[in-house]
Design a protein around this ligand. Structure first.
Ligand code: 5GP
Ligand code: MN
Length: 337
């Protein structure tokens, strides 16, 4: 973030404001962690704060301090719209385009105040007056830590803030193993532990809270895995019927796609999940090395994200989607060698 922007924002935030903080749709650990971390930080300046999430998020994120204050637009549309109507400032966290917040974007149409974007996705849209966008960052939570640091306020980081930020950095870095994890990420993590983030408790709360149905669904997903060795690619499918058979709940398929990447030699892994609510197939894409799943998803699946992790969707049926996937994959053979 530029020095002049930091100064300007500091002045703006020096008197209490009505502020709304928004994560992307289907928020993950980084989205919820960064919103709550920022929320607890800004509370110390007596702002009137609300977090408006477009929709529901997984149970395993609900241990985070302050979580019960999050307003879910899909269930609490009126309250959320009211907060947006009153807002003077809107922070948008962990996304790069207002199209990623669905109906909340409509509610924001009449918003005349300033947007502040904090995000690490590629190709950010130009809607924010204050923009902290850095694709080299491991996570938005790492950026919220830096944001607090820009204001020379790391002494204001409480155990609550530290726990939320730790959780988001941990989830977005695949527990500190993706290449986006730098020595600086680890220094921040060390500071967060010093401030009171209980690392072992957080890992346990997020990763060891599986239900038997979820593990059975994972078994089903792994059985459905298709390997395409000529392309160093694997994909997994889950149909609506399979999801229903194992009483699918939001978040149950989180991390499944990474099992594909664990196969020796695999550079590209994809999971296609038929949506239970909408008439679409949701897609998660992961890669190792230089193959950009961000570009692949932008070109073929109406999505995007990062070089090694992206999301997307398809309006075709599940079978047609995988057929289409296999057909376009042919053009990437040399890139995947
Ligand atoms: P996931 O596969 O876990 O849903 O998403 C992987 C990464 O890509 C996350 O950082 C997520 O925010 C991002 N992502 C998912 N869907 C989209 C999308 O439609 N557009 C963009 N730009 N990023 C996405
Ligand atoms: Mn993120």
């Amino acid at each position: 973030m530029e020095e002049t922007q930091i100064k300007e924002l500091k002045t703006l935030l020096s008197t209490p404001k009505k502020i709304v903080i928004i994560p992307h749709k289907n928020p993950d650990g980084d989205a919820i962690g960064s919103c709550l971390g920022l929320y607890h930080y800004l509370t110390q300046y007596k702002h009137d704060l609300s977090i408006v999430a477009p929709n529901e998020y997984p149970e395993f994120l609900k241990w985070m301090p302050g979580e019960s204050n999050i307003i879910k637009y899909e269930y609490q549309t009126e309250l959320a719209s009211q907060k947006i109507k009153e807002a003077e400032l809107v922070f948008t966290l962990d996304f790069n385009s207002l199209s990623r917040i669905d109906d909340v974007a409509n509610a924001l149409e009449s918003f005349k105040g300033d947007y502040i974007m904090i995000d690490h996705h590629q190709a950010p849209d130009d809607y924010a007056r204050f923009m902290y966008s850095d694709t080299s960052m491991s996570s938005t939570c790492e950026m919220v830590y830096n944001f607090i640091d820009f204001f020379e306020d790391t002494n204001k980081i409480t155990a609550e803030i530290a726990s939320c930020l730790y959780a988001g950095i941990m989830t977005d870095t695949g527990s500190f193993r993706f290449p986006s994890t730098t020595s600086n990420t680890h220094r921040i993590i060390a500071n967060l532990i010093d401030k009171g983030a209980e690392n072992s408790y957080i890992h346990n709360a997020i990763f060891d809270s599986n239900s038997i149905d979820k593990l059975h669904l994972l078994g089903c997903a792994l059985k459905n895995l298709v390997a395409l060795p000529a392309y160093n690619t694997v994909y997994i499918t889950l149909s609506r019927e399979e999801l229903q058979q194992y009483n699918y709940k939001k978040g149950d398929t989180e991390g499944f796609v990474n099992y594909g990447l664990s196969l020796q030699g695999v550079k590209f892994a994809v999971i296609f999940i038929e949506s239970v609510q909408e008439d679409i197939v949701k897609i998660s894409l992961r890669s190792k090395g230089n193959f950009s799943v961000n570009e692949f998803s932008r070109s073929h699946f109406q999505g995007g994200g990062h070089n090694n992790a992206a999301g997307g969707k398809s309006d075709l049926s599940l079978t047609e989607t995988t057929k289409y996937f296999e057909s376009v994959l042919k053009d990437y053979k040399s890139q995947l060698q």
